[in-house]
Design a protein around this ligand. Structure first.
Ligand code: IPE
Ligand code: IPE
Ligand code: MG
Length: 249
């Protein structure tokens, strides 16, 4: 059973077990170079590759990357269609590589609006990597935090539940087999959650950087984790109540 941070204080981990990232700033990265926005998305994929590698090497167990929100359908049709094409080709190219590196891939989100080809590739990539025991990589696509909570509640209603607890709800969230994110990172300078993991971020450490996503490299990842290590995770308690090795400052 995964402990809920609001039910019991989680164990401390010097390396975050779960890192969740809003990868933002692809369009601005391209604009600065007088390139079309989609060129930024292409370069963003390189940063995804490097981040996955870095997290796996640093001992992160779960990595969630926000790639496409339920609100991103509002973008121009050409950009949406480019992103869908990029997902398809990335899944095609990367699934085998992830598998070779013992990485388990999950795609979290609604999926219903995706083309059948994309849906089929997601199913195939998840099946190929399902038994892997290394890093679990969740790509949040057509994902929204509100959708996730409502989806979990609707599942419980369908199961005939008359009472909902934190544990039963959590288990039905789309990444309900992962612990809550320890570290949330958003690139691109914006300081908002944009409907990402609303339930799960209750006690995550938040880290914002002005770096645009295609510029987010190993050094930037290490800086985020170094900042996380400086945080005092009190979960409602006073500093004095923490074990001495968890007190900061
Ligand atoms: C993030 O970059 C990627 C997606 C949302 C798909 P953006 O495309 O939002 O880049 P900016 O924020 O316009 O620079
Ligand atoms: C958030 O980025 C969603 C993803 C990174 C997939 P946006 O660029 O869509 O967020 P807003 O619209 O600026 O809040
Ligand atoms: Mg953006």
């Amino acid at each position: 059973m995964l402990g809920s941070s609001t039910v019991a204080v989680p164990d401390a981990h010097p390396v975050p077990r779960h890192v969740a990232i809003i990868l933002d700033g692809n369009g601005r990265w391209a604009k600065k170079r007088l390139l079309p926005r989609v060129a930024g998305h292409k370069r963003g994929l390189d940063a995804v590759r490097e981040t996955v590698k870095g997290c796996a090497e640093m001992g992160v167990e779960y990595l969630t990357l926000f790639a496409f929100s339920t609100e991103n359908w509002r973008r121009p049709a050409e950009e949406v269609s480019f992103l869908m094409g990029l997902f398809i080709s990335a899944l095609e190219r990367e699934a085998k590589r992830l598998h070779e590196r013992n990485i388990r891939l999950k795609v979290i989100g609604s999926r219903e609006r995706f083309a059948p080809e994309l849906q089929a590739r997601i199913v195939a990539a998840e099946a190929l990597t399902a038994a892997n025991t290394g890093l679990t990589l969740a790509i949040a696509a057509d994902y929204g935090g509100r959708w996730d909570i409502l989806n979990a509640v609707n599942q419980l209603i369908a199961e005939g539940a008359s009472h909902i607890s934190e544990d039963t709800l959590y288990g039905r969230l789309s990444f309900g087999d992962a612990p809550e994110p320890d570290l949330f990172i958003r690139t691109g300078g914006e300081q908002r959650i944009s409907n990402f993991l609303l339930w799960q971020l209750a006690y995550s450490e938040l880290y914002f950087t002005d770096l645009l996503w295609p510029d987010f490299d190993r050094q930037a990842l290490e800086a985020a984790i170094a900042s996380y290590r400086q945080r005092e995770r009190r979960y409602g308690r006073t500093s004095e109540q923490l074990p001495p090795d968890q007190q900061r400052g």
